[in-house]
Design a protein around this ligand. Structure first.
Ligand code: GLN
Length: 453
């Protein structure tokens, strides 16, 4: 099949479902179709076809795309057109992919429902009255609705895995440092990672192969070997040691618990070894995360001052007022809340009590995971305590919203890789389960995840 035919079939589906789910901030279908037609020609002349040649992919709108508006779903960057591509975009380009559009997110990736987008909320493709999760809700909803085969998201505390679970798709958060963050608009730099959202585990492995690797432009990217992740698929899971930690089952909905137990039984039948472990400090992950992430955010977002990028307030009497009006008008309520939390935690007199303490908790979480990995190869958990909630249900209660990441944030705190895959349904809504791996061992989590396809 020709690239333009592939794309046309996705566009046809998009026209049907996009008006119902609103997953795109910027729909690039027309441009994509032109590109695809050019690729039809090119294809006849190629001896060696690049891996993603003509494959349509959607990109979360906090990843820089040269010449294409990159808004972070914020009024602050509503008209910002980056002059450069993120490293992951360069890599996808080299493989001949076609960008179909930029997807909606919670403003600056802060949130768990995509309701914090300054433009409009995205809806869950399984139930239009429910949220798709967040912050990569646009990417997950687009893949879940089948209007695009794959997308990129970013995950700081669960933003790839939680929406993947809510939308019934596969979401992978790579080890911190596996994928370059160059061109990802920074939220919390020590936690952020870009990763694939796909329909299958195999597609996840293919995309991870392409976006991984050391990058001169991101000093926190790691110089570790990138294996061919597809080699791990279809491997035997006999004797694989799978850890179950009780801390990940507290506050869990019973029907979801039953589905996870089912999966555990299947793994045992296949010859995997189930080992019960304990990770007590994980219970403090949310609290520590909501000190560390806002602290880093308050620092990273200082650059949006009306001078360097995007929005600038219209009426002001001096520079000071220009700054404060710009930030007041340009940022939404959740972003302001984070900036205030972070500025407070980092201020002199509070730094030791909050920021430093949270960093110590973070170290303990990392050490506990690493100790657990002496005895197990992967850890199996639910991805979320419950299925997708209704639009508006948690938007006035930030603490409730924060708790929907209770099983995902500790993974970012410990820099580990993790994948969320579908594991059944509760009331016709998809349920996700998560496999957490050792640092840079994405291969093993892909292997065990693939067993369920
Ligand atoms: N929901 C979490 C937050 O609001 C995580 C977001 C993310 O991973 N980008 O911070």
């Amino acid at each position: 099949v020709k690239p333009s035919e592939v794309l046309a079939s996705f566009i046809e589906r998009k026209e049907k479902f996009e008006p119902k789910i609103n997953s795109y901030v910027t729909d690039l279908s027309e441009k994509a179709l032109e590109e695809a037609k050019a690729k039809d020609e090119e294809l006849t002349k190629l001896d060696d076809i690049p891996e993603l040649f003509g494959i349509p992919i959607a990109i979360k709108d906090n990843i820089s795309t040269k010449g294409i508006r990159t808004t972070c779903s914020s009024k602050m960057l509503e008209n910002y057109i980056p002059p450069f591509d993120a490293t992951v975009i360069e890599k996808l380009n080299q493989q001949g992919y076609i960008i179909t559009g930029k997807t909606n997110l919670d403003e600056f990736a802060m949130g768990s429902s995509t309701e914090n987008s300054a433009f409009f909320p995205t809806k869950n493709p399984w139930d239009f009255e429910r949220v798709p999760g967040g912050s990569s809700g646009g990417s997950a909803a687009a893949v879940g609705a089948g209007i695009v085969p794959a997308a990129l998201g970013s995950d700081t505390g669960g933003s790839i895995r939680q929406p993947a679970a809510f939308c019934g798709v596969v979401g992978l958060k790579p080890t911190y440092g596996r994928v370059s963050r160059y061109g990802l608009v920074a939220f919390a730099s020590s936690l952020d990672q870009i990763g694939p959202i796909t329909r299958t585990v195999e597609d996840s492995a293919i995309l991870l192969n392409i976006i991984s690797g050391k990058d001169e432009k991101d000093s926190t990217s790691s110089d570790v070997e990138v294996p061919d992740f597809t080699k791990y698929l279809r491997q035997d899971i006999k004797e694989l040691r799978i850890g179950i930690a009780e801390e990940f089952f507290k506050g869990l909905n019973n029907e979801i618990k039953a589905l996870i137990n089912n999966a555990i039984k299947q793994l045992e039948k296949e010859g995997a070894e189930i080992i019960y472990i304990s990770l007590p400090t994980v219970e403090y992950a949310i609290e520590a995360y909501y000190i560390i992430a806002p602290s880093e955010a308050s620092s990273n977002l200082a650059r949006f001052d009306g001078v360097r990028y995007g929005y600038r307030a219209k009426d002001y009497k001096d520079l000071e007022e220009m700054y404060s009006k710009t930030r007041d008008e340009g940022f939404g309520p959740e972003v302001k809340r984070r900036i205030m939390l972070g500025t407070y935690s980092l201020s002199s007199g509070y730094y030791d009590a909050y920021y430093l303490k949270a960093q110590k908790v973070r170290t303990l979480i990392y050490q506990e995971f690493m100790k657990a990995f002496d005895n197990v190869d992967v850890i199996l958990t639910p991805t979320t305590p419950d299925v997708a909630f209704k639009l508006g249900e948690k938007s006035n209660d930030p603490i409730q919203m924060y708790l929907s990441d209770i099983y995902t944030v500790s993974v970012n705190m410990a820099t580990l890789p993790a994948i969320s895959i579908p594991c059944g349904f509760k009331n016709n809504l998809p349920v996700g389960m998560q496999f957490i791996g050792k640092p840079f061992d994405e291969g093993t989590i892909l292997k065990v995840a693939h067993y369920f396809e």
